[in-house]
Design a protein around this ligand. Sequence first.
Ligand code: TYD
Ligand code: MG
Length: 455
Amino acid sequence: MAKPVTSFTCTSCGAVHKKWAGRCDACGAWNSIVEEAPLSAGPAAKSLGGARGKAIALTDLSSREPPPPRTGSGLSELDRVLGGGLVPASAILVGGDPGIGKSTLLLQAAASFARAGLPCIYVSGEEAGAQIRMRAQRLGLADAPLKLATETNLRDILTTLDAERPALAIIDSIQTMWADNVESAPGSVSQVRACAHELVTFAKRTGTAVILVGHVTKDGQIAGPRVVEHMVDTVLYFEGERGHQFRILRAVKNRFGPADEIGVFEMTGAGLAEVANPSALFLSDRNKPVPGSAVFSGIEGTRPVLTEIQALVAPSPLGTPRRTVVGLDAGRLSTTLAVLEARCGIPFTGLDVFLNVAGGMRVTEPAADLAVAAALLSAREDVALPADTVIFGEISLSGALRPVGQTENRLKEARKLGFTQAIAPARGKPGGNAGLKLREMADLAEFVGDMFGAG
Ligand code: TYD
Ligand code: MG
């Protein structure tokens, strides 16, 4: 039999390489590849072909079984991101930077589930029991019938869970757990993978929902949450800017609900508070109109969310002007600048450009293009956009404005927040305007001419 060879694994994405390299070809991370002990002796020498297994029962799609009942957590922002509550036997990964508030969120959720009568177990491999109890006290959750354990040995945890059979088990964090049948340190790719596999299998076998916490790691010594993304049903990322109190829980994968759904929270002295109306929150700092600010009416998951896009354009002392982007894709900024130059004759050469989404929000929709262009032009021309106007639309490379989905939802949200005008791409078919003065435009040049004179 062939001798098992050591492999080289990327701690960021889990890709396996034949030899060490400074950069992972699969995900592009630097210095993330480490040598790992072999996982197993490899495939058995004999193929399964001749073996006789037992026949498995086959069913059809139109089964009469009702869909699995979901349990609400009482935190409606969390339930929304989960797709309408917790599904039994599901495995959920909650990833995020250290210190962003994952433990706080899950302690609040667990306490809330426990109060609703769901047997819940919270296993921490990071904090001492006293620390967790202190936090629970501060959050006003000390009376919740939540069962707590501090343990990192997976075998003991599984034995306990098997005996208790809770409805929900929270493992904080997967990187601190270790399985004694895997010969590598806790946090290594093989340990994280093996532990996640055991826990996911446990969830499927017993019906317990399992939530795994995974720290996003910066250096290559500890495997990141991406290593287990493919094993779980739902992947949520908890994100936010350090300086801001807003936290956004984003579903990047969900087998039981829409992906891209977000829940918005605010970190307060008494834990995470839900933000029911994020648009109002993200626009709360706006007062009088200033150049370089445009309000974008976006869709996050199933919900419209209004955000303010801010731009600053200034003469650059550098040979290669700066392009600094926070909360948006840098590639899309380059594209938008190129289209403005090529199709509207507005160059940004020799100018530094800074672009930012207010409030620590991250916008990934292409529909933000037009609002970005508006903010850039407004900053460059030093002309404020009308304060009561929302803007959305995708810009194609030809300079044409492409209609985006859910126009009416975007308009309704804007109206709810007191906006009276909207600028949007021309739609092929007639549609409602939700009571707003809607200005539909066919291309970027028309927009520039309309808003800033001849351009
Ligand atoms: P934590 O949940 O420990 O983060 P993670 O588990 O993701 O590493 O959150 C820690 C941070 O949250 C810490 O910087 C303090 C802050 N925090 C508050 O601001 N208010 C609170 O009520 C709590 C419990 C934490
Ligand atoms: Mg924690």
